[in-house]
Design a protein. Sequence first.
Length: 333
Amino acid sequence: GASAAAPTYAGMADLVPALPLETRCPPFALRQYGGFWLPEAALRRGIPALHAGFVPRPEDVLLASFPKSGTTWLMSLAFATAHRATHPPFSGDHPLCRSNPHDIVQFLEVGAALAGRTDAAVAELEALPSPRVLATHLPYSLLPARVHAASRIVYVCRDPKDALVSYWLFTRSASGSVGVDAESLPLQQAFELFREGRCFYGPQWRHVLEYWEASRRRASLAAVANVLFLRYEEMLLDPAGNLRAMAEFMGCGFSEEEVAGGVVDEIVELCSLEKLRSMEANRSGRRNASGIRSDAFFRKGAAGDWRSHMSPEMGRMVDEAVEDALRGSGFSF
Ligand code: A3P
C-alpha cells in the first residue's frame, strides 16, 4: 500500500501525466492514484510537499473529511474550542467573526503547495502557533506515516447523497470564483460520476471506510493514529454532546465550571450555520484566501436535503452502489 514503506512521493510530479484522468468534475482535473480520484495539483505538489516536509506536533489536531461533509463546521468548532482561552467564544472580536473558517484553519495539502511553493507551504504550517488545528481531504492511506503515528485526527462522515448534492450545488454557487463553469456539470452527470467513485477524493465510501477502520484500530494498536469518527447527522442532533466528546479527544475537555458557565453552548452558537453565515466575512461578494466565494460554504446544513434535488430512484441507486461497495466491511451509513 501507499503508506507501507514511508514513500517520499518525490517522483510524483513525473508520474502524474501517466495516471488515469477525469476532467468532468469541475473545477479541477482529477487523477486516479492509490484507489482515489485526487485533484491533479494536490498530487503533483501538495502531497509531495506534505510527505517531504511536514512535521506533526503531538498537540496537533487534524480535521479530516470527504468534501462537503461538514469540514467548515468542524473547522469552526475545533478552532473555537482549542483557542477558547485566548479567544473567548463571545468576545465579539473572535477570529470567526472576522474571517472565513477556511482562512483560519489551513489544509495540509493546499495553500502555497498548490502554487508550487513547496518550501513556503511547509513554512506556513510551521509558523502556526500550537495547538495547531489543521484540515485535510486526503484519504487516510495517503497521509504520511508520521501523521498516522503522531496526530489526533477528527473525521466527519456524512450521508453520501447529501455530500453529493452539496458538492453539486457548491460548484454552482462557487462558480465564477475559480474559473468554474458550473453549468457544465448537470446533476445527472454528477450523480453518475459519484456512483463510479469519480469525484473529488472519491470514492466517498472508501474515504469514509479508511478513517472508520483507523478509528476502530486505535484502541488495540498504540502505534496507529487516534481517530475520532463523527457523523454530521449526529452532530446536527446533538451538537453540544459531540463537541464535548471532540474537546475531550483533542486533549482540552470542558471542565464542569465551563459547562455550567455555558461555554459549550456559546461555542455551538458561535459556530452555528446561521451565526457564521451572518458574519461580514462570510457574506456574498467576499472571497476567502483561495478565491472561493465565502458564502458558498454555508447553504442549508440539513440531513436528507438530497430529496429536494434528486428523485427517490436516484437516491436508491446511490445507496445501492455504496452498499455493494461496503458489503462485508462492517461499516454502513
Ligand atoms: P449543504 O450544502 O447540505 O447545506 P464542507 O464544509 O465540508 O464544505 O460541507 C459543506 C456543508 O456543510 C454544506 O451542506 C453547508 O451548508 C454545511 N455547513 C457549513 N457550515 C455549517 C455549520 N456551521 N453547521 C452546520 N452545517 C454547516
